[in-house]
Design a protein around this ligand. Structure first.
Ligand code: LLP
Length: 415
């Protein structure tokens, strides 16, 4: 078994020396469990050995926005890719530097832009002519100069799930590559804007380097033309999107190979190369720990019913992802397969059908590879409080988010 698919769970049911059973006893289930060492290792993996230049990393906050993880990344020297005013506040609360923030998103509100201008973020990744003009107005009225890059849509197929492909012409994202030169020319004329970069982001859970290189090839003529015209470009941002290895699709390029390939294609252009990884930094560093509530056999199917559900981890229901799962309490006896489901009142609340797992009431099941887009997409659907989160660091586990209480569920409601 390849440890990365199992988020570091060993044959004794331990993660970095801490037993999952002890975590379930101490913190209850369902419970998100993250490993600091795995996140640091994933960061480090982006460094391509033997090269003079390295990529600059901007952690995509949406993947997992817990303050403790943001602080870990800030302390490790990464910047942050944000997509909302809420994510900006989180980064600031966690101690991230405003200058290390890049702000993506197709529909930034005036209030969000104003907050980002007020703290002087590193770069606005602008996604439309209308946004460019609005940003210029708001910056001018605030008496500041906004650093901008256009998020260019390179019309590249990232070969990923249609919901998370973003770099195709028909997607809502970015400025069409054909329209970018004119919009850059406009931006260069606006005194309240400073053009600092060119950006793109083509999708997520990408399993090959070729689409990244295709995107870069499509952007480089624009970059070269802008440099030749004297635009004060400082960076080229190739976005996030590198996939993680899963049991179904174990082969993904390494982060170092991606960095190396992109740096070498960039050549000696005087630009910082930026990436905005989310999933590849936290995905396999986290798991969702749950307990078997009941089992049942019905109409030739056998069900293993967990206390975790689609509200805790929605990716199987939303993107038809089949997670890697492990019964931590007993080895698989090879006897048949089970449908692993949650308690929510929808058939879509199924983690996997026909999964090679046996189990009994009370067993602990780890749903692995859920550190990214797990908690951050969780909801309280069915009035289920969202899970607690713990971080394992230096052989110790600490609570980094309390389990929601029932009172939390209706705290904002007005009776
Ligand atoms: N930068 C931008 C502008 C993005 O939109 C995204 C992700 C990233 C970076 C980070 O991409 P990553 O390295 O994590 O692939 N909820 C979906 C994923 C949505 C990704 C959206 N954008 C999922 O669970 O698969």
């Amino acid at each position: 078994m390849r440890a990365e698919f199992f988020s570091g769970v060993d044959e004794h049911g331990c993660v970095d020396g801490v037993s999952l059973a002890s975590l379930a006893d101490a913190f209850g289930t369902p419970l998100y469990v993250y490993r600091a060492a795995a996140m640091r290792a994933a960061l480090h993996a982006y460094h391509a050995h033997g090269l003079e230049r390295q990529v600059a990393l901007y952690y995509a906050v949406k993947a997992n926005s817990n303050l403790v993880l943001l602080r870990l990344f800030a302390e490790a020297g990464t910047g942050f890719d944000i997509v909302s005013g809420g994510e900006l506040e989180r980064v600031l609360r966690a101690g991230g530097a405003p200058s290390s923030v890049v702000f993506s998103g197709v529909a930034k509100s005036d209030a969000e832009i104003a907050c980002a201008l007020a703290v002087d973020i590193g770069c606005f990744n602008v996604e439309s002519p209308a946004e460019l003009r609005r940003l210029a107005e708001l910056a001018a009225s605030a008496g500041v100069v906004a650093p901008v890059a256009l998020r260019v849509n390179p019309d590249v197929d990232a070969g990923t799930h249609p919901y998370i492909s973003t770099g195709l012409r028909g997607n809502k994202f970015g400025v069409a590559i054909a329209d970018a030169p004119a919009l850059y020319r406009e931006a260069l004329q606006l005194p309240s804007l400073k053009v600092v970069g060119v950006g793109c982001h083509i999708g997520s859970q990408i399993r090959a380097i070729a689409p990244f290189l295709a995107a870069m090839d499509s952007l480089l003529p624009l970059v070269d033309a802008l440099l030749a015209e004297g635009a004060p470009l400082e960076h080229l941002d190739m976005g996030g999107g590198l996939g993680i290895a899963t049991e179904d699709a174990p082969e993904v390029p390494s982060a170092a190979d991606l960095s190396r390939a992109l740096l070498s294609r960039l050549g000696d252009r005087p630009l910082r190369l930026c990436l905005q990884p989310g999933r590849s930094l936290v995905g396999n560093a986290g798991l969702l720990l749950s307990r078997v509530v009941f089992t049942k056999a019905q109409s030739e199917r056998r069900f293993l019913m967990l206390d975790a559900a689609m509200n805790d981890y929605i990716r199987p229901a939303l993107y038809q992802v089949r997670p890697t799962m492990l019964n931590v309490s007993r080895p698989y006896d090879g006897a048949g397969r089970m449908d692993v489901v949650g308690p929510v009142c929808e058939t879509g609340d199924t983690f996997a059908r026909d999964f090679p797992m046996s189990g009994e009431r009370g067993d602990l099941v780890a749903i692995c590879g859920t550190g990214a887009y797990g908690f951050s997409m969780a909801s309280s659907y069915n009035s289920r409080p969202r899970p607690a989160e713990v971080l394992i660091e230096d052989g110790k586990a600490r609570l980094i988010r309390h389990r929601e209480s029932l009172e939390d569920l209706w705290a904002q409601e007005v009776l």
